[in-house]
Design a protein around this ligand. Structure first.
Ligand code: AN7
Length: 347
């Protein structure tokens, strides 16, 4: 076994009756982002969660949530999703052999994620509304029909996601000074903070890193501290107006000495291009909001030089090919001969 249930058995709520699902989740690379770090004047690492089995950090929570659902006798699984949760829920449900129902905001899910949910055999239903409405419906139906809901309202999801923080500490041989994460439903930032707190109890004299949560300006109820009824952003993964874990995330961010930040779609896409073209790391737009947030902090003069910072790159860029092709364009086509080719190459 190679996944997080085996690796962190003693830190997770497992017992003899818990089935040990495993798709090899976790163990993702912690990549030095030296060029970007140099520009920002900090020591920067990217925790590349796009390397998880379904291409996002959700797998860390999903492996535990679906295992616990099986232990508790659930016959089916349900979730609402902006995409990544559905891909992950569909994959782990397939592995476990239980039916999976997925509610998506119609027309607002990246192509790769949609394909994943469909191929894993989930019952995929597009709701004519946004994610927040889809989640309300999923919660209602889950409690009526006794289905296991595997959104981040499920405590096991967040517990499993703590493993990302544990891996970072293990690999660095200590705690980073700060962590930046993109924020949608505000589950992951809460989970990472709880993970650091749990680890700090084991290792005396350590300080939990400052947590910085970055939202897209068009969907930033926490960063702007005002309700958001019509969330909109190119980073569809975090197109969320009513974060269900908002209260806990506010607490975590405040306790850690961090804050929430809003960044524009333009800043997100610029950060995505920078990571891909200068660091060789292709992450989906939402994932890059954290990097955009760091640039914002640096511009304000609130990023202390020399800090050791981890940016959580939450999902793979392959999830959302359209956002790249629409922005940057398709390759030039030439006649299949040397002259035509040379003409284009030398242009
Ligand atoms: C790539 O899949 O909410 O703040 O339904 O896919 O814990 O919600 C995805 C969220 C960041 C935000 N980065 O995490 C879903 C969903 C990526 C994401 C987030 C998501 P939370």
């Amino acid at each position: 076994m190679s996944g997080i249930l085996a690796r962190y058995e003693l830190l997770l709520p497992l017992n003899k009756r818990t089935p040990r699902l495993d798709l090899g989740e976790g163990g993702t690379p912690l990549l030095p982002l030296s060029k970007t770090g140099e520009t920002l004047g900090i020591e920067l690492f990217g925790k590349f969660e796009g390397m998880n089995p379904t291409g996002s950090f959700k797998d860390r929570g999903m492996v535990l949530a679906v295992s616990k659902a099986l232990e508790e006798g659930a016959r089916s699984v349900i979730c609402a999703s902006t995409g990544n949760t559905s891909a992950s829920a569909a994959a782990y449900s397939a592995r476990a052999g239980v039916p999976c129902y997925v509610l998506l905001p119609a027309g607002k899910v990246a192509l790769g994620k949609l394909a994943q949910a469909v191929i894993h055999g989930a019952k995929v239903i597009a709701i004519k509304g946004d994610f927040d409405r889809a989640l309300e419906l999923a919660r209602e139906i889950a409690s009526e029909k006794k289905m296991a809901i595997v959104n981040s309202v499920n405590r096991y999801r967040l517990w499993g996601q703590r493993s990302g923080a544990w891996e970072v500490c293990d690999e660095l041989g200590g705690f980073p000074d700060a962590v930046v994460l993109p924020v949608g439903n505000a589950g992951n930032i809460t989970a990472w903070w709880a993970g650091f707190v749990q680890y700090a109890r084991l290792k005396k004299g350590t300080k939990v890193p400052s947590m910085f949560g970055v939202q897209a300006a068009g969907a930033a109820p926490l960063a702007l501290d005002s309700p958001c009824s019509y969330p909109e952003t190119v980073a569809t993964a975090i197109r969320i107006g009513k974060p269900v874990n908002g209260k806990r995330a506010r607490w975590a961010v405040r306790m850690s000495g961090g804050r929430f930040i809003a960044v524009s779609d333009e800043e997100i896409l610029k950060a995505q291009k920078l990571l891909a073209s200068r660091e060789g790391v292709f992450a989906e737009p939402a994932s890059c909001a954290g990097i955009a947030g760091l640039f914002k902090l640096a511009a304000e003069g609130s990023l202390h030089p020399g800090l050791r910072v981890v940016a959580v790159l939450t999902g793979s860029g392959l999830k959302d090919p359209n956002v790249v092709l629409e922005r940057i364009g398709h390759p030039v086509e030439v006649e299949a001969n040397r002259e035509a080719l040379m003409e284009v190459m030398e242009a």
